[in-house]
Design a protein around this ligand. Structure first.
Ligand SMILES: *Cc1c(COP(=O)(O)O)cnc(C)c1O
Length: 487
């Protein structure tokens, strides 16, 4: 007997001899396989693959997909991840043969359109960042951070200041920031947040010095708060000889409103798969381009696209740190991002940000009487509640609240991050949701707060309606079983 599963494994559906394909009769001379592959490299037995029909395969994957929650199924307010709706027209564009069927080894003259797209996208991102030169190569946000820090390191080394090895990072930072520092061999110096959720400038003054390589900051930060002291912070770092790195993974609050370059940042990365509308989750593909100021353009990874007359060509910057990605990066992600930027235009992008900020503030103001809002300020594209009241009064934890939301058909917000907030619940509604969705979610969040008071057990034992209940997430991550094993 096989174990009862939600969806039988495809191997368990196998029926000997069943096929999902039919090949035409061979109309060329048959060549014995031993002439093509050395006999010592041949299998002795055929692989134990499932033998299934096309319909069975289709049902199998459709059933699996129904166990997942996605933005196409319902609201997905996952703070710091910008799960916005990705217009389907971008998928049409990404699948155009001129984009999808080209090969990176093709001569430049035959892919001028693709190069033009990369060139224009680079320029647009530079305008949005308020900086000068772009590389599209990095494949993710964290990869952009690594690339940016390598550029920073090359800059200090060229100036004979290779000893600078300290990177200042706020305690509210995304975990990838310190991880990227470790990758380039920088020491992390943590700066605390002040009572308004921004960088504690007085503390920062005591931390900058001759070994400061730079500062990594997200602005608005992971609390969804804009750091009002950014100009003073930039001056402090620059005066000490350091550079400023902007983690722009979530640029949903600032497009067309504020530019990192104007705030004093020297390097920015964007997550095309968050702000610029590429489906994400499940590991990609994504793209984390970086944009840098003029002095740093010489260090960018090559090749980058340049325009010579009306021709586009690949060039490698003079003091390039080298490639960080095979070929030219995740090109079809660029196609989607480019379509997104062009279809909105400057005004439209500004409207995206204004709406994202409005939605977050609307929701925060409708929830802050029932959940603690530790930093009660006008927020940007997201806000962070605390489940502390529920924990202290009723023993209901943030994790319970997150699980209870699943019963109502929502993806849970980001929880227990940023670490500066006890029992954090980080909500990012995004601009793509209608007001009715926001209102329904507010209603359910309020209802859960009430349940925590009147029937805490129902929250603590949630979820009740999902195909599986509480999973052992750490074991799933540490001991994943990713292959079928015949029992
Ligand atoms: C998502 C995110 C990152 C990392 O981006 P990946 O593409 O997942 O590597 C970095 N910083 C912040 C603030 C983020 O939200």
């Amino acid at each position: 007997m096989t174990k009862r599963r939600l969806v039988p494994l495809i191997f368990e559906r196998s029926t000997p001899g069943r096929r999902g394909y039919r090949l035409p009769d061979l109309d060329v001379p048959e060549v014995p396989v031993t002439e093509l592959i050395p006999s010592d490299m041949l299998r002795e037995e055929p692989p134990a693959l499932p033998e299934v029909s096309e319909l069975e395969v289709m049902r199998h994957y459709t059933q699996l997909s129904r166990l997942n929650h996605g933005i196409d199924v319902g609201f997905y307010p996952l703070g710091s991840c910008t799960m916005k709706y990705n217009p389907r027209v971008h998928e049409d564009i990404a699948s155009m043969p001129g984009f999808a069927a080209i090969h990176p080894y093709q001569p430049e003259e035959t892919v001028q359109g693709a190069l033009e797209l990369m060139y224009n996208l680079s320029e647009h991102l530079a305008v949005i960042a308020g900086l000068d030169a772009t590389t599209l190569q990095p494949a993710a946000g964290a990869h952009g951070e690594l690339t940016g820090l390598m550029v920073m390191k090359a800059y200090h080394e060229q100036r004979g200041e290779g000893h600078r090895n300290e990177m200042i990072i706020p305690d509210s930072a995304h975990g990838t920031n310190p991880a990227s520092c470790a990758m380039v061999g920088y020491k992390v110096v943590e700066v605390p947040s002040n009572e308004r959720g921004g960088v504690d400038v007085e503390a920062l003054k005591g931390l900058v010095g001759p070994n400061t390589a730079g500062l990594m900051l997200t602005n608005p930060n992971t609390l969804g708060l804009f750091d009002e002291n950014i100009c003073e912070i930039a001056e402090l770092i620059h005066d000490a000889g350091g550079l400023l790195y902007y983690d722009g993974a979530n640029a949903n609050a600032i497009m067309g409103i504020a530019r990192p370059g104007d705030m004093g940042f020297d390097i920015v990365h964007f997550n095309l798969h968050k702000t610029f509308s590429t489906p994400h989750g499940g590991g990609g593909p994504g793209a984390g381009p970086i944009v840098v100021c003029k002095e740093l353009a010489q260090f960018l990874p090559g090749p980058v696209v340049a325009k010579e007359g009306d021709r586009y060509t690949f060039v490698t910057p003079e003091n390039s740190i080298g490639r960080v990605r095979s070929f030219y990066g995740n090109f079809l992600v660029y196609a989607r991002a480019y379509a997104y930027i062009l279809s909105h235009g400057p005004k439209g992008l500004r409207e995206v940000s204004e709406t994202a900020v409005l939605h977050a503030n609307y929701m925060a103001s409708k929830l802050k009487d029932v959940y603690q809002l530790p930093y009660d300020r006008t927020c940007m594209h997201e806000f962070v509640l605390s489940g502390k009241w529920q924990k202290d009064k009723h023993g209901v934890r943030t994790l319970d609240i997150a699980k209870r939301l699943l019963d109502y058909g929502y993806h849970a917000p980001t929880v227990y991050f940023p670490m500066v907030v006890d029992e954090a619940i980080m909500i990012e509604p995004t601009e793509t949701e209608p007001k009715s969705t926001l209102d329904e979610f507010i209603e359910i969040m309020r209802q859960i707060a009430e349940e925590a008071e009147t029937n805490p057990e129902i929250v603590k034992s949630a979820p009740h309606t999902t195909p599986l209940r509480r999973l052992d997430e750490s074991r799933a991550a540490r001991q994943p079983i990713l292959r079928w094993q015949k029992d």
